[in-house]
Design a protein around this ligand. Structure first.
Ligand code: PAF
Length: 279
């Protein structure tokens, strides 16, 4: 695996690989890689001949008081995992390379996608994500890019960005990888104490209960959401939301037969966890 910390270095290397016409597949990450990321890397290989992973902890998408400073940075272990997964190039710039001056132009997601769910609780987060993803797209110029479905709203926003701005990039979503007890793998799971880790699968359990209820024909969405929020709160969580939404636009479903997704975000101690299941 070739490791690049400059934009010029990555671009020069991509130009010469595969006879100058590589089909480039990009997998952006913030590092601290787990099996969910590695599954994306393997999936990436099916979509092209040159797999490029990126590791960059993007300050723009963290709000003041969030975990930017303490976000786990595990570069050497990440490199070993990416190499083993057969990644061809790793782009791992520092902040001066990505933001040599304060970022002036931004990609601003539309209010209907950004003003709800995580966007409501983390204002500005998706503007930071969309902006850095656009920069990474310009830097690597991939034909395909992969993102995990665990960050469902992020995936939707990137899909819409690509469509609205006519970017010639196919966006592929990767399934969420889970621990045996159902907890979605996340770099932030590393913040959990042993007691919190034992409690954490409740989030996924409650989502699965909602999906089961929906499948039996229960249409009382507000009732199901409120019950799950109360279940989290009484187990010591601080829930941000539990929401039953239409897959197509993440709004409250207006049609009975709309494919649904159930999403949740809640804090356990000081760790904020998110999860979702397509119903
Ligand atoms: O999902 C992530 O890890 C990040 O939001 C991303 C897409 C790499 C942008 O910084």
């Amino acid at each position: 695996m070739h490791i690049h910390d400059t934009i010029a270095g990555l671009r020069a290397a991509l130009k010469v690989s595969h006879g100058g016409t590589p089909r480039i597949v990009l997998v952006p990450t913030m590092g601290n890689l787990h099996e969910g990321h590695i599954a994306l890397m393997r999936q990436a290989r099916e979509h092209g001949d040159t797999v490029v992973a990126t590791i960059f902890v993007n300050r723009l998408q963290f709000r003041p008081g969030e975990d930017f400073e303490k976000y786990p940075r595990t570069f050497q272990a990440d490199c070993d995992k990416l190499s083993a997964a057969g990644v061809d190039h790793l782009f791992a710039p520092d902040e001066a390379e990505m933001y040599p001056r304060p970022q002036g132009f931004h990609v601003v997601p539309p209010a209907e996608l950004d003003g709800t769910l995580d966007g409501e609780f983390r204002p500005g987060h998706f503007k930071g994500v969309a902006t850095v993803v656009m920069k990474l797209f310009q830097i690597a110029q991939p034909q395909v890019a992969l993102f995990g479905k665990k960050d469902y709203q992020q995936l939707m926003i990137i899909r819409n960005m690509v469509a609205d701005l006519n970017l010639p990039i196919a966006i592929v979503g990767g399934e969420t990888v889970r621990a045996e007890d159902g907890l979605a793998l996340s770099s932030r799971n590393g913040y959990l104490s042993a007691t919190e880790r034992a409690e954490a699968p409740r989030l996924n359990r409650l989502l699965r209960e909602i999906v089961a209820a929906l499948r039996t024909g229960n249409r009382d969405h507000a009732g199901l959401e409120n019950k799950a929020v109360a279940g989290l709160a009484s187990a010591g969580w601080q829930p941000d939301y539990v929401a039953i939404r239409a897959q197509v636009d993440l709004q409250r479903p207006t049609k009975d037969d709309a494919p649904l997704v159930v999403l949740a975000a809640a804090r356990l101690g000081s760790t904020r966890l998110i999860d979702n299941i397509e119903a």
